[in-house]
Ligand binder design. Structure first.
Ligand code: CUA
Length: 316
């Protein structure tokens, strides 16, 4: 039974997900029963009413009130039950409890950023407490993305210029994967994140340890801060630091090298080139790569860009 339950969907990790699964199975099993009934009736009638001799004549039948009422009322009842049940489940999935813990979610090509009330912020990792409703207030910086957590059965479009919401209450500590389910460009399939569910006390500790991480740490060397910023902005989705070929050029050994550009010219990778590539990525495209990087204008300030340049310099 358990194996069958998880044949289509991963194990449900919230109460709403279980409610959703019950409805899902009801729809499938009732459809299966009706389909089998119809097929059996068709086969039975084909055999029973086949033409048995040359003078077989089809009798004239106009209607049968009893039969017609029966086959209209039964499906009507099933449809009404499905509507009521589905509507209730929809309301339960949409309306977050008022005591929910709120997290702001920002989607952009190709990462998820999470901001917590305490000031903490994370990229591609959503930390939440177990046993408490969590409400996500989501927006997009660029195109339409969609936030999908199969374990929780929640899927919600994330749209530029307006907020959309989703909520869940994870039962137990653990990890669940987040997919982007709206095609959003080259690295759509790599736009992944994790929901990390902690025990409540552990979550409180995590918040305390990570709050204030968004402001400049005074005790860090610029290159180390740069590495942190690179991680927070998920640059590694497209740029490797070990020479691996990804969507964008690798950063290993790039500083000081000559790059061949798509228009045939060459450029020396220096501070100005990196700065321009962060703020106006389409100004110079390295040969063999696409015009796919989003601009970080307004998202990274000069000091942060300096730190990232210092970090790239260390990648020999
Ligand atoms: Cu974001 Cu697909």
């Amino acid at each position: 039974m358990e194996a069958l339950r998880n044949f289509f969907l991963p194990p449900a990790k919230t109460a709403v997900a279980e409610q959703y699964d019950t409805l899902f199975w009801f729809v499938h099993i009732s459809s299966l029963v009706v389909t089998i009934g119809i097929v059996v009736a068709i086969i039975y009638f084909i055999i029973k009413y086949r033409r048995k001799s040359e003078n077989d004549v089809t009798p004239v039948i106009t209607h049968n009130n009893k039969l017609e009422v029966t086959w209209s009322v039964i499906p009507l009842i099933i449809t009404l039950v499905l509507f009521g049940w589905g509507f209730q489940t929809y309301i339960d999935m949409t309306k977050a409890p008022t005591d929910a813990y709120e997290v702001n979610v920002t989607a952009q090509k190709w990462l998820w950023r999470f901001q917590y009330k305490s000031g903490a912020s994370t990229t591609n990792e959503l930390h939440v407490p177990a046993g408490r409703p969590v409400k996500l207030i989501m927006q997009s910086q660029d195109v339409i993305h969609s936030f999908f957590v199969p374990d929780f059965r929640i899927k919600q479009d994330v749209i530029p210029g307006r907020y959309t919401e989703a909520w869940f209450q994870a039962r137990e500590p653990g990890e669940s994967i987040v997919f982007c389910t709206e095609y959003c460009g080259t690295d759509h399939s790599n736009m992944l994140a994790k929901v990390i569910v902690h025990e409540p006390e552990e979550f409180a500790q995590w918040l305390e340890d990570n709050s204030g991480a968004a402001t400049k740490p005074t005790d860090l060397a610029p290159a180390d801060w740069g590495e942190q910023l690179v991680q927070q902005n998920a640059c590694a989705t497209c740029h490797s630091t070990d020479g691996t070929e990804l969507t964008g050029p690798t950063w290993q050994g790039t500083f000081g090298s000559e790059e061949q550009l798509a228009d045939g010219s060459t450029v020396t990778v220096d501070e100005n080139y990196i700065r321009e590539s962060i703020l106006n990525p389409n100004a110079k495209i390295v040969q063999g790569y696409g015009q796919v990087m989003p601009s970080y204008q307004g998202q990274l300030n000069d000091e942060q860009i300096n730190a990232i340049i210092e970090y790239i310099k260390t990648l020999k």
